[in-house]
Design a protein around this ligand. Structure first.
Ligand code: F6P
Length: 473
C-alpha cells in the first residue's frame, strides 16, 4: 500500500468502487476526499471479496476505461513568478517527463498567445504597466483563453494542464481559481534572487524574435522595466491552498503547502529537486604552456598542440547541437571553447568564475618540482590529505566544492531546455564536477583521471546514469 497520503495510485475504475490491498484508490469530490466506506479494520466491503472477485472487478474496470486517466488523477499546475525566473524551462522539462511516463500533458503559455497578437506592440514595457487599463484587459483575455483551453483539455483526455504565465497578482489567481473548479490546482512559484543569473537570463531573453526591432540596449531596458512592473503587483503565494515555492536556480523546495490531495504530487516533488542531464560533455582545456612545464594556476595560453586539440574538438562536435559552452574566466578554457563554438550555427560561450581552476595561493605559477624543493612541508601536507589540504592564501578541493556546485547550477539553469550541455574546465574543477554526478568518495576525488586528449560524456536522468571517456581525434 502506498504510504504517501498525496500519491494517487493509477487504479482504473469502473462504476464499481472497490478497494483492494494492492491498490489504494481515493474517490474525491471538489470539496474534499470521499473515501470508500471501510469497516473498523479499515477494510471496505470490496476488500472483503474473495481475491478472484477483486480481479474480476479490476478486469472489467480496465475493459471499461482502458488507460484513460480517472477524474481523480487530473491536475492543473499553475506557474507563478517574475519574468526570467526559469518557469518555462521547468515547464518544458516537466511536460517532457510526464509525456515520457504516458501522462497526457499540455502546456498553455500566455506569452505564446500574446506574441501572436498583432494589433498592438506587446514587447514594450508599457504593455505591462498596471496603470495601462487597455493592456491589462488584453492580458486578462489572453489568460482566459488559456484557462478555457486548459479546461477543455482536461475535460477530454488530458491529465495534466500546465498554465505557464507570471500569475503574480492575487487578482489573476482569483480569476484562475474561479474558473478552474473541476480539478485540483497546484501552484509552483519560481524564485531566483541571483543577480548575475538574472542578468545572463535577460541577455538571453533579448535575443528572442520578440525583441528583434529593438537595439540591444533598448531591449534590455524594456525587459528590465517589464520586470519592474510585475514587481509592483507581485503578491507571494500564501493564501492559495496548494503550492510549492521553488528556488529555481538551486532546484530547492523553499516552502510547501497542501490542503487537499494532489495527484502525482510525490513525482512532481522528486522531479523539482532532481538534476537531469541528457548529455553533458565535460572537457578539460587543451594543452597550455604551463602544462608543458608542469606549472600550476596562472592564466597561460594554449600551445600549438593545444590549439590543434581545440580544433579537433570543434570538428568532433560539429554534428552535435551545442547552444552554450560554459568555461572558466581563464584564457585557456575560452580558447579551447572558441573553435568548438565557431563550428556551431548558434553557440554562446559563457565564462563563469565558479569554474576557475583551484587557487594555488602561495604556490600559484610554480612547478610541482619547485614546490617540492622550496616548500617541502606544503608538498607533503598536501600529499597526506589532498582533498582537505588548502593552499595558503588559496583553496583546496574541499573549499572549492560550494562554488563548483553554484557553477553547475548556473550552467544548468542557463542551458535551459537544451539537451546538450558543454563545460570546458580545468583538472581540479572537472574532478569536482565528475564527483558531483558520480558520488565519489572525497579522498578519491583529487585523483580522478582528467586527460586533455579525451572528454567525459555524462548522462544522468532519473532512470539512466552513464559516464564514458571518449576520444575526439
Ligand atoms: O593543469 C594543472 C592544474 O590545472 C593546476 O592549475 C592545478 O593546480 C592542478 O592542475 C590541479 O591538480 P592537482 O590537484 O592534482 O594538483
Amino acid at each position: 500500500m502506498n504510504s504517501n497520503k498525496n500519491e494517487v495510485n493509477h487504479a482504473p475504475m469502473g462504476d464499481i468502487v472497490f478497494f483492494n490491498p494492492i491498490s489504494t484508490y481515493r474517490r474525491k469530490t471538489i470539496g474534499g476526499n470521499r473515501l470508500p466506506r471501510r469497516n473498523r479494520l479499515g477494510l471496505t466491503p470490496q476488500s472483503l471479496l474473495p481475491i478472484s472477485h477483486q480481479y474480476v472487478s479490476i478486469y472489467f474496470s480496465l475493459k471499461l476505461w482502458g488507460h484513460m486517466p480517472t477524474e481523480d488523477e487530473k491536475l492543473y499546475i499553475v506557474m507563478m513568478g517574475l519574468p526570467a525566473r526559469g518557469k518555462s524551462t521547468l515547464v518544458m522539462r516537466l511536460k517532457e517527463t510526464f509525456v515520457k511516463n504516458q501522462i497526457p500533458t499540455r502546456v498553455f503559455n500566455n506569452g505564446n498567445i500574446r506574441r501572436r497578437y498583432r494589433a498592438m506592440n506587446t514587447s514594450i514595457a508599457e504593455f505591462y504597466n498596471p496603470e495601462n487599463k487597455n493592456a491589462a484587459e488584453l492580458r486578462r483575455r489572453f489568460a482566459l483563453t488559456n484557462l478555457q483551453r486548459a479546461k477543455e483539455f482536461l475535460t477530454n483526455n488530458g491529465q495534466v494542464a500546465i498554465l505557464d504565465a507570471t500569475n503574480v497578482s492575487r487578482e489573476r489567481r482569483e480569476l484562475i481559481e474561479s474558473y478552474l473548479t473541476d480539478h485540483p490546482i497546484l501552484y509552483i512559484e519560481c524564485i531566483n534572487q541571483d543577480r548575475e543569473i538574472l542578468q545572463l537570463s535577460i541577455l538571453e531573453k533579448v535575443k528572442t524574435p520578440e525583441f528583434a526591432n529593438f537595439t540591444h540596449a533598448d531591449a534590455i531596458y524594456e525587459f528590465r522595466k517589464r520586470i519592474e512592473y510585475y514587481e509592483m503587483i507581485y503578491v507571494p503565494l500564501k493564501e492559495e491552498n496548494n503550492y510549492i515555492k521553488m528556488d529555481s536556480l538551486y532546484n530547492r523546495i523553499l516552502e510547501e503547502k497542501l490542503v487537499s490531495s494532489i495527484p502525482l504530487y510525490s513525482r512532481i516533488r522528486d522531479f523539482l529537486v532532481t538534476d537531469v542531464v541528457k548529455n553533458l560533455y565535460l572537457i578539460r582545456h587543451t594543452e597550455s604552456y604551463y602544462n608543458v612545464e608542469d606549472r600550476i594556476g596562472g592564466d597561460p595560453l594554449l600551445t600549438p598542440l593545444g590549439i590543434g586539440q581545440a580544433n579537433a574538438l570543434g570538428r568532433f562536435f560539429e554534428k552535435r547541437k551545442i547552444s552554450y559552452i560554459f568555461t572558466s574566466k581563464k584564457r585557456r578554457t575560452i580558447l579551447t571553447a572558441e573553435p568548438i563554438a565557431k563550428r556551431q550555427r548558434d553557440c554562446t560561450i559563457i565564462p563563469l568564475k565558479e569554474f576557475d581552476e583551484i587557487d594555488g595561493g602561495c604556490c600559484e605559477n610554480m612547478t610541482y618540482q619547485e614546490i617540492r624543493e622550496k616548500m617541502p612541508e606544503i608538498y607533503s601536507a598536501r600529499e597526506a590529505d589532498k582533498y582537505h589540504y588548502i593552499y595558503s592564501g588559496g583553496e583546496g578541493y574541499a573549499t572549492m566544492k560550494p562554488r563548483i556546485e553554484v557553477g553547475i547550477k548556473k550552467a544548468f539553469y542557463l542551458n535551459r531546455h537544451a539537451d546538450n550541455i558543454m563545460i570546458v574546465g580545468h583538472r581540479a574543477v572537472n574532478r569536482m564536477i565528475l564527483a558531483h554526478f558520480l558520488y565519489r568518495r572525497e579522498e578519491d576525488v583529487p585523483y580522478i583521471y582528467v586527460p586533455q586528449d579525451k572528454f567525459y560524456h555524462i548522462t544522468a536522468t532519473q532512470d539512466r546514469k552513464l559516464f564514458e571517456l571518449q576520444e575526439y581525434d
